[in-house]
Design a protein around this ligand. Sequence first.
Ligand SMILES: *Cc1c(COP(=O)(O)O)cnc(C)c1O
Length: 391
Amino acid sequence: MGRIYLDHHATTPVDPAVVAAMLPYFTERFGNPSGKSHSFAAEAHQAVEEARARVAGLVGARPDEIVFTSGATEADTLAVRGAVRALAPTGKHVVTSVLEHAAVLEPCRTLEREGFAVTRVRVGSDGIVDLDDVRRALRPDTVLVSLMAANNEIGTLQPVAGVGALCREHGAVFHTDAVQAVGRMAVSVEDWRVDLMSLSAHKMYGPKGVGALFVRKGRRPSLRLQPQMEGGGQERGLRSGTLNVPGIVGFGAAARLASEALAKGEAGRIGSLRDRLLAALRSSIDGIDVNGRLDARLPGNLNVSIEGIEAETLLLSLGDVVALSSGAACSEAGGKGSHVLRALDLDDARVYSSIRFGIGRYNIEGEIDETARLLAHAVAESRARTASSRA
Ligand SMILES: *Cc1c(COP(=O)(O)O)cnc(C)c1O
């Protein structure tokens, strides 16, 4: 068996059909879609608009509500800084959560330095934000609420539809970082009542370096964003810069494949692999604790702590064979371990012994069984070493 990839929250492989769709846009169809006077420009423009329609279709949006960016980091920055700075005359308060990705947390910090106030809603050990806590955090001067749809470490699904309804009632703009949800479950900007939503192609079998921000049209009062990238006025002036045409075409192709895969029940298949993995781990390793609520998370996610284990060392020893990640490493603060696991109020031992599994489209049962076997072996060895060093 070759190498096993179980780190699909970090990135996903590009589907070969996506690569095939992209290739002509590097070579014969290389035109700049902003051009007006020749067919090179026109065919690139048409390809971008087809991709825009596909991406919009995946999330129930209109094509003219999609702004292409260099990825979700840029989309989050445009949403958070762009909306809050544009709304500064009406209020200076932002509500977000302790679970957010650094791409939301850092722009929030920047806003604080600029004099805005930020409330970070906390979570319990289930890793899910409580709707009532969001309601209590809202103030008359709250202009933006940013809450992720699904967490990238523990996979927990957040009450975005409820928060969307709250924001409508309150008059606050609602942004969701839906990077981990889009393509993995049904996502609808209408059901969630979101005003702004960030997407990333490389988390859904598309290329790296391309993402999008959904920006709702027809909102009252109308939604204004301060552009974070200024120049030639592409993307309705919200994101200047020559469009990454091959990347965008790839994003569109990935969106089409994701719709098809979801319709064929991919989430169910991946969910069974996850359940199989957890059952195999529990039957072969003592002291497995699941981090975050198990039954309200992305189908391909599993995050566990294994008693008495140094996860980073363990994963390094397996790293040439199985790709996994540890909550000890993914940290926005550096050194202290995952801010998400910390937010669940887990102690050091539990944080440093945590392993994140991200199961994806091409994983098969054999890989799941092999991973559980290898992990059980590595845990037994590590525990034997610890025991003998204590003796
Ligand atoms: C990966 C990720 C991002 C960043 O996306 P890029 O396209 O790599 O910039 C933002 N938010 C979440 C939840 C992510 O998982």
